[in-house]
Design a protein around this ligand. Structure first.
Ligand code: UFG
Length: 337
C-alpha cells in the first residue's frame, strides 16, 4: 500500500480524508498534536475501515519530529497537510499563535519533503483567502483581497510559500492548494464528525449542540445584509465530498507534468444562514430555538464557489447536498451527546 502522510489527521477533515484514503487503497500515516482533536477519532476511523490507524503524536512545527517520521515511516507517496489552527476570531486576538503554528509547520514540512525526496503535497487552504470578492461565484482567478484575519493571512502566505517552492524547479515539488468553502456534516456511519472544543464558533456545530440541548439558542448573526433574506450566504460542502477531493488531488499529482494548482472546493451553490436553520428543522424535526442578533464582526456578506476547475482537473464533483450534510451532522451529534 502506498503511504501518505496526513498532518492533522485526527482533525475534522483529516479524519474523514484518512477514511477515504483507506477506501482508495492508500495507507495513511497520521500525525497530530491533539491540540484541537480527540483520540476517540482513531477508534472511529477503525470502526469504519477495519484498520487501526498509524498515528504519531507530535507537533508539525518541530523539525526533529517531522524528520524522524519521514525516516521511520517513509517513503511517502505524498503529504496532505491539514495541521493548523483554524478559528478566525481567535486568530484576531492571538495572531502570533497563528503565525507561528500555521507558517512554521508548512515550512518544516516543505523542508522535510525536500530532504526526503517527497514531491507531492496537497494543502488545506480556505476560501477565506478571497476576503469579500467583488463578483460571484468565486473562481480561482478572483484576486485576493486583504485578509480580514491573521488566520486568513496565514493561508495566503502558505499558498505563496508552496507555489514559490513549486516554481523553483530544482526542488521538484508538485502541489494542489485546496480552497475549502464551508465544510459541514459528518461521516454517515456516525463514527466520526466534528468535535469542537468548548463553545463552537461555526454555524452547524452550534445548531446541532443547540438542538441537543447543550446550548440555549442559535443566534443568527445579522438579518440586514444585502442578500435575498437578509442573512449571510455561504457554500456548504459535505465533509465526505471534501475528503474524496483530497484523494482525487493526490491522484492528479501522479502525473509528473503537474506543478502547482489552486482549486476551489465547494458545491457551486450559496445558502443563507436562515435557509440552513430552516432546512435543519425540516430534515431532523428537532426543536431548535433561534433568533436574529447583531452582525458578527469580520463576516463577509456572501460567498460561493465556482467548482468548475476542480471538476475539470480532478474529475471530481460533490455527491451530497446540504440536507444530507445536516442529517449526518445531527446523527453524529446524537451519538456524542
Ligand atoms: N453564524 C451564525 N450564528 C452562529 C455561527 C455562525 O449566524 O452561531 C453565521 C455566520 O455569521 C456566517 C455563517 O453562519 O454567516 C457561517 O459561519 P461559520 O462560522 O460557520 O463559517 P465562516 O463562513 O465564518 O467560515 C470561516 C472561514 C473559513 C473557515 C471556517 C472555519 O471563512 O475559511 O470559518 O473556521 F474554514
Amino acid at each position: 500500500m502506498k503511504k501518505v502522510l496526513v498532518t492533522g489527521g485526527a482533525g475534522f477533515i483529516g479524519s474523514h480524508t484518512s477514511v477515504e484514503l483507506y477506501n482508495a487503497g492508500y495507507l495513511p500515516v497520521l500525525l497530530d498534536n491533539f491540540a484541537n482533536s480527540d483520540k476517540r477519532v482513531l477508534k472511529g476511523i477503525e470502526a469504519i475501515t477495519g484498520h487501526t490507524p498509524i498515528c504519531h503524536e507530535g507537533d508539525c512545527t518541530d523539525y526533529t519530529f517531522v524528520d524522524r517520521i519521514f525516516r521511520e515511516e517513509g517513503p511517502f507517496e505524498g503529504v496532505i497537510h491539514f495541521a493548523a489552527y483554524k478559528a478566525v476570531n481567535e486568530s484576531v486576538h492571538h495572531p502570533l499563535k497563528y503565525y507561528h503554528n500555521n507558517l512554521q509547520s508548512t515550512e518544516v514540512l516543505l523542508t522535510a519533503m525536500k530532504k526526503h525526496g517527497c514531491s507531492r503535497l496537497v494543502f488545506s487552504s480556505s476560501c477565506t483567502v478571497y476576503g469579500q470578492p467583488a463578483s460571484l461565484p468565486v473562481t480561482e482567478e478572483t484576486p485576493f483581497q486583504r485578509a480580514n484575519s491573521p488566520y486568513g493571512f496565514t493561508k495566503q502566505v502558505c499558498e505563496r510559500m508552496i507555489s514559490d517552492v513549486a516554481s523553483a524547479s530544482v526542488t521538484g515539488l508538485q502541489a494542489v492548494l485546496l480552497r475549502y468553502f464551508n465544510p459541514i456534516g459528518a461521516h454517515p456511519s456516525g463514527h466520526i464528525g466534528e468535535l469542537p472544543l468548548g463553545k463552537p464558533e461555526n454555524l452547524v456545530p452550534y445548531i446541532t449542540q443547540t438542538a441537543a440541548g447543550l446550548r440555549d439558542e442559535v443566534v443568527i448573526f445579522g438579518n440586514d445584509y444585502d442578500t435575498p433574506d437578509g442573512t449571510c450566504v455561504r457554500d456548504y460542502i459535505h465533509v465526505v465530498d471534501l475528503a474524496e477531493a483530497h484523494v482525487a488531488a493526490l491522484r492528479y499529482l501522479e502525473h509528473p507534468s503537474r506543478n502547482c494548482e489552486a482549486l476551489n472546493l465547494g458545491t457551486g451553490e450559496g445558502n443563507s444562514v436562515s435557509e440552513v436553520v430552516k432546512s435543519f428543522i425540516e430534515e431532523t424535526g428537532a426543536h431548535l430555538p433561534y433568533r436574529f442578533g447583531e452582525r458578527r464582526p469580520g463576516d463577509v456578506e456572501q460567498i460561493w464557489a465556482s467548482a468548475a476547475k476542480a471538476a475539470d482537473l480532478l474529475k471530481w464533483h460533490t455527491k451530497r447536498d446540504l440536507r444530507e450534510a445536516l442529517r449526518d451532522a445531527w446523527n453524529w451529534q446524537q451519538k456524542i451527546s
